[in-house]
Write a new protein. Structure first.
Length: 202
């Protein structure tokens, strides 16, 4: 196994645990060892115990699959896996090609509904705090209110923009003055969903 800094490896172990736990399949220490190619099971155990000490995992004593996410405040929502489906333009329209990159762990959205995630390309939404490389979590829905940020399909091309109602017509408004609004022809606009969360890796 190639050398990586311990902190980076621990983050990957934590993400692996989150995904397995959200899927309802807590791993054993040996499964963590195998997943990361550690030479000794004690290396996997050391990372898991460190995550417990940091408060990022909880452990039920005497159980081989006893690792759990820490207790969540009453009323909080259980985590779920959300598919990361590829990229979406935040600029000019681009072809809507799904290219699955895996899954993210996030809280269930209020009101339920299907969630998916997309990585953002382009700078047309910087004024709304959505930067190139950010990941948007989207609740799939066919309609939204004026002023909400959406992922929309125009023909075969997708984009993330602010939905606006002007003079009785829906337009896709960028949040960067360097970009022009998109005014779909009547019947050409299809909403894929509403953006409910933005994630950024520092």
């Amino acid at each position: 196994m190639a050398y990586t800094p311990p902190g980076q490896t621990r983050r990957r172990v934590h993400q692996f645990l989150q995904e397995r736990l959200a899927a309802g399949s807590p791993p054993t220490v040996r499964e963590v060892q195998q997943a990361f190619g550690f030479r000794a099971v004690e290396s996997a155990r050391a990372h898991l115990e460190a995550l417990v000490r940091e408060g990022r995992l909880a452990k039920l004593p005497g159980k081989s699959r006893g690792y759990r996410l820490p207790g969540r405040p009453r009323g909080s929502r259980a985590p779920r896996l959300v598919p990361l489906l590829g990229r979406v333009a935040a600029g000019d329209l681009s072809l809507a090609i799904q290219n699955a990159e895996g899954h993210l762990v996030c809280d269930a959205a209020p009101g339920g509904g299907e969630l998916f995630a997309l990585r953002v390309d382009g700078e047309s939404m910087t004024g709304a705090g959505i930067l190139p490389g950010d990941v948007v979590i989207v609740r799939r829905q066919p309609a939204a209110e004026s002023g909400e940020i959406v992922v929309a399909l125009v023909g075969d091309e997708a984009t993330v923009k602010t939905l606006k109602l002007r003079r009785g017509r829906w337009i896709l408004q960028p949040e960067n003055p360097r970009f022009k609004p998109i005014e779909p022809a009547p019947g050409a606009l299809q909403l894929l969903g509403k953006v409910i969360e933005v994630r950024r890796r520092l």
